[in-house]
Design a protein around this ligand. Structure first.
Ligand SMILES: Cc1cc2nc3c(=O)[nH]c(=O)nc-3n(C[C@H](O)[C@H](O)[C@H](O)COP(=O)(O)O)c2cc1C
Length: 191
């Protein structure tokens, strides 16, 4: 696929077909994603793959409660409004009922792990799009603080969840149109 076409096709997809994504395909996408640049070539990232929708709903519930708690601890949080809304929305599934969720994780001891993980996530989403799959980074799905759940996920102590990405086949093959981008602001060109 032409690279510009790929950039257009990489949209945040939030409606999925009710069919699984083969684990082998997910592993191939991960193998593409690890070609991303990363500081000092540490490659400190790891992955957790979840292919169980019921379990994903449980993770969504845990994330929702974790998010509400963390906002309540900080009364000046700019996210206060979200937390108030989410308190009522017990049925919400942050993961959009996708068939697969991949957490990119990494050790907190690597100072650039968030940058490395973010770049890796971009590669991951582009690779998935090139294979006809839809993805969406779910920031709301990363708020798990519950130690028992983190252990259940297989996250080693001292590591954190960097980017939760859902993966699946876009419903009826439809890709959302790209939300409009504003004109980039170039502050200065120095020649
Ligand atoms: C850090 C980050 C967090 C995001 N969190 C969510 C989220 O919790 N739920 C969701 O549906 N989309 C989420 N998104 C997707 C954005 O809403 C989406 O990228 C944006 O609207 C632009 O649309 P596009 O990806 O199709 O270009 C997130 C994206 C990023 C990069």
């Amino acid at each position: 696929m032409d690279f510009r076409k790929l950039l257009e096709n990489r949209r945040s997809v939030r409606q999925f077909e009710d069919r699984p994504v083969a684990i082998q395909l997910v592993k191939e996408i991960i193998n593409d994603s690890i070609k991303a640049p990363n500081a000092s070539n540490k490659q400190a990232w790891n992955f957790i793959i979840i292919m169980n929708k019921e379990y994903m709903k449980k993770l969504s519930d845990v994330s929702r409660l974790g998010f509400i708690k963390s906002v309540e601890r900080n009364p000046n949080s700019p996210l206060k409004e979200y937390a108030v809304n989410l308190k009522e929305k017990k049925k919400v599934n942050f993961f959009h009922d996708a068939p697969c969720l991949v957490y990119i994780t990494g050790p907190t001891s690597v100072s650039t792990i968030r940058e490395d993980g973010g770049l890796l996530a971009a590669y991951f989403m582009l690779s998935a799009a090139s294979r006809g799959l839809g993805t969406c980074w779910i920031g709301f799905g990363g708020g798990i603080r519950d130690k028992a759940v983190l252990k259940e996920l297989g996250l080693p102590p001292g590591h954190h969840l960097i980017s939760p990405i859902v993966v699946g086949y876009p419903k009826d093959g439809n890709l959302p149109t790209m939300p409009e981008r504003r004109e980039p602001v170039i502050l200065k060109i120095i020649k």
